[in-house]
Design a protein. Structure first.
Length: 522
């Protein structure tokens, strides 16, 4: 009998040990906010921004104040983030979905890699542009990300009725901003008016702020709160990866009155601005200024307010700040639920954005530019029992998130599906998280961003535009060889292009060499 019990007892001990090890694996909640620049209190982008929940998270974790996107536009940025591969390596410079991109389709995503390592994968909202069903065990509030609701004029979805022309001609997504309540004050002779969602034109019921349907981001937050409660009470403590993608402040910039009321129009302060700041840049030499969105949107917004730049920018900025305050509340609901649960002490939280947003600087109103406002993103990482309330100055980028999570969660296996995939481009941020002033990081001296010439159909990495951010400088190299150089020690707004100043020849040469080393790495 004893000879039988011994192996059984041994098996039970091993099983218990394995269970304990499984429980010790940290959970992960990764929050991605669409089109969010540095307009949060913690990141100081705009002093009137109201973001108490993001600020609280930053105070409880590590804040990377020079984090950069690898592509300042949605789909290729997310493709890169979720695979950890540089865009110039994959040649993903445009709007190719992840499962069809020639290189990245052969790579595993962060989510798929977690699932392969025994994690329960849960998601809701806009994460990758198209949901990869096989990566997710459970999905949340909706099957597709939804930029709506949009205003329906009885015939089609259009810009908010209060937005003047020609800006409203841009359309229901990028050409729209304003309160939901204001739309009801505008007469409409084309038929029944109201609010609808995007893909299926399902009616969004809005009577007033207290009598309405939930917005999509509210649904994602409420789903996450409920899921956290369920996970806390589950007997099976399988580690989980939860991805949450909030779409605001992506256009259309619509919000309820509560958030617009936080920012009275006559009290809004515009950031410092230099007229004709675009004159010493070479954007116009590489892109069609007449038709490129950022330049066109800026011109049309000003024209819509008879050239009154202050009024035009205040109108747009009010809506952007309102949407940020709204999404901060949704983030707060999720973080409060986590912090009040027993899961808090074993859950990593990552908060970031896919890219920033240019708010009229250099006569540009959009993303997808090589400058600071478009390339810089908020990044906060909180790990259990980790460093709190510190700021890392060293530039890092979104591709560093994947290797960081591999490091902290001890994920095993190949990140490529086959030999046609690419190796990880980024480096674990764990050294910075444990010691913010460390000199032991294995990554580069700066962070690389590419603005692709996707409209020119070139897939050659040599034909793209590159922006390289170090702690002190931003160096830009366009596809035609033109350059820009900004000294952030003395020029935080990037007003003075020093690329052709003889005093900075050595700096420029050094930065170019560092950047080329990344681009041409085999």
């Amino acid at each position: 009998m004893k000879s039988i019990l011994k192996p059984i007892l041994f098996f039970l001990i091993i099983a218990c040990q394995l269970h304990v090890v499984a429980q010790e694996k940290p959970n992960v909640i990764m929050i991605i906010v669409d089109d969010l620049n540095d307009y949060q209190g913690a990141f100081g982008g705009h002093k009137q921004a109201i973001t108490p929940n993001i600020d609280k998270l930053a105070a409880s974790g590590v804040q990377f104040i020079n984090a950069q996107t690898n592509v300042p536009v949605c789909q290729p940025s997310r493709n890169s983030l979720f695979t950890g591969v540089y865009p110039h390596v994959s040649k993903d410079f445009g709007w190719t979905s992840l499962e069809k991109q020639p290189v990245l389709k052969n790579n595993k995503t962060i989510v798929g890699f977690f699932k392969e390592n025994g994690y329960l994968t849960l998601g809701s909202g806009k994460l990758t542009h198209k949901k990869l069903k096989k990566d997710w065990d459970e999905w949340g509030a909706s099957s597709k990300h939804n930029y709506g609701p949009f205003f329906f004029n009885g015939t089609k979805t259009v810009a908010h009725p209060s937005v003047p022309k020609p800006y409203s001609n841009i359309g229901a997504v990028d050409g729209s901003y304003g309160r939901f309540s204001d739309a009801g004050k505008v007469s409409n002779k084309k038929g029944e008016k109201g609010w609808v969602y995007g893909y299926d034109k399902k009616v969004f019921r809005y009577v007033n702020d207290n009598d309405r349907d939930l917005l999509q981001d509210e649904k994602h937050a409420q789903w996450a709160v409920k899921k956290i409660s369920e996970l806390e009470t589950k007997s099976d403590k399988k580690p989980f990866f939860m991805g949450l993608g909030f779409v605001r402040p992506h256009t259309p910039l619509h919000a309820v009155d509560k958030y617009f009321d936080m920012f009275p129009l006559d009290e809004i302060e515009l950031d410092n601005w230099l007229p004709n700041d675009d004159q010493d840049t070479y954007w116009k030499n590489n892109f069609d200024v007449e038709n490129s969105k950022g330049s066109k949107y800026y011109r049309q917004l000003l024209k819509s307010y008879d050239g009154d730049r202050e009024l035009a920018m205040k109108k747009f900025l009010q809506a952007y700040l309102a949407c940020i305050a709204f999404v901060d509340d949704q983030i707060g609901l999720v973080l409060d639920a986590l912090n009040k649960s027993e899961l808090k002490d074993n859950t990593i939280v990552v908060l970031t954005s896919d890219h920033g947003w240019q708010m009229g600087e250099k006569n540009y109103l959009f993303k997808n530019s090589p400058w600071e406002e478009s390339a810089r993103v908020p990044l906060v990482i909180r790990v259990p029992k980790g460093t709190k309330g510190v700021k890392v100055k060293h530039p890092v980028s979104l591709i560093d998130i994947f290797p960081t999570l591999i490091d902290y969660c001890s994920l095993k296996g190949a990140i490529k599906k086959n030999e046609n995939g690419a190796d990880l481009s980024g480096f674990s941020l764990k050294p910075f998280i444990e010691k913010p002033e460390t000199n032991c990081w294995k990554g580069p001296n700066g962070a690389l961003t590419v603005v692709g010439n996707f409209l020119k159909t070139s897939s050659l990495k040599e034909k793209q535009n590159y922006s390289y951010r170090t702690e002190n400088f931003r160096y830009i190299l366009y596809s035609n060889g033109k350059e820009e150089l900004y000294d952030h020690r003395n020029d935080p707004y990037e007003w003075n292009n020093l690329a052709y100043n003889d005093k900075f020849k050595r700096n420029k040469k050094s930065l170019n060499k560092e950047m080329q080393k990344i681009i041409n790495k085999k």
